[in-house]
Design a protein around this ligand. Structure first.
Ligand SMILES: [Zn+2]
Length: 271
């Protein structure tokens, strides 16, 4: 009879400690901006409308309000964990059965309906979103654009002096796949950041790992579904190993979300 209250008294501090460790590890998730980037985050966010307008011209987007609300709730919860979390992030669904996703500068993330259909649980979708958010937070897109187009062109673009040029650039970026052909180290960064952001948002970070493993399986059973994904994201086995090692560094946290009924309802619209 005396043991119970004592056990209870011990349980509370250990939970507090767990939360403190969790908060400490989340606060320290930094972005190392390795590559040269001549574009500021402000400039990115000032061109996002142009960028998105061009995507709308090039791709068919899903116009399902409640599905988009759901996706944005999950996506923004993860984006809020990044150093750019105080800015506006928007998440869109591309009507395309291939499994793929991409990020554009200024907090824009696009997910194919085919990716949603293949994500078995909420943490897998969260992992894929978190990877793209990782690219966005590290600003890999404008790093690539800096390399490809130089400062003058991008500065005039950011100042809105030449909107038709902005459209042209985005069209080119989408067409040639420049924005999805990130370097190996950029992909590794996006995975590392993604694991941390998903975890800090309260999603089980194993989702990214199991999703990558599933895509590897699809490569054998339905290769056309994942062809684009693997040309943009090679070296899956190495990625799985790295993701696994990154997860192992995180303190265990009991209340991470693996799946929900809401997610399964959302996903069923795309199957
Ligand atoms: Zn990537």
């Amino acid at each position: 009879m005396q043991i119970k209250p004592r056990a209870r008294a011990l349980a509370i501090p250990s939970a507090v400690v767990a939360v403190l460790i969790f908060l400490a590890s989340c606060a320290s998730t930094g972005v190392s901006e390795g590559g040269i980037n001549l574009i500021s985050a402000d400039q990115e966010w000032s061109t996002r409308e142009e960028m998105h307008a061009q995507v709308q011209r090039e791709m068919r987007l899903v116009n399902d309000r409640s599905a988009l609300d759901y996706l944005n709730t999950v996506g923004r919860r993860i984006a809020a964990q990044t150093p750019l979390g105080n800015r506006r992030w928007d998440f869109f669904i591309v009507d395309d059965s291939a499994v793929n996703a991409f990020n554009l500068p200024g907090g824009l993330v696009y997910v194919n309906s085919g990716l949603i259909a293949e994500a078995d649980s909420l943490d897998e979708l969260a992992g894929a979103l978190a990877h793209e958010i990782g690219h966005g937070a590290a600003r890999h897109g404008t790093q690539l654009m800096t390399r490809a187009y130089g400062y003058n062109l991008l500065a005039s673009l950011a100042l809105g002096r030449n909107p038709s040029q902005a459209q042209q650039i985005v069209a080119q970026l989408l067409g040639t796949g420049v924005l999805t052909s990130y370097s190996r180290s950029a992909e590794r960064d996006a995975d590392r950041l993604g694991v941390n952001y998903a975890y800090c948002a309260g999603y089980d970070p194993h989702g990214l790992e199991t999703f990558l493993q599933e895509l590897e399986g699809l490569r054998r059973s339905r290769p056309s579904k994942v062809q684009q994904f693997f040309s943009d994201h090679p070296l899956t086995e190495e990625r799985v190993r790295n993701v696994d090692a990154e997860i192992a560094r995180l303190p265990r946290h009991a209340s991470l979300t693996h799946d929900t009924r809401n997610f399964q309802q959302f996903r069923s619209r795309f199957r």
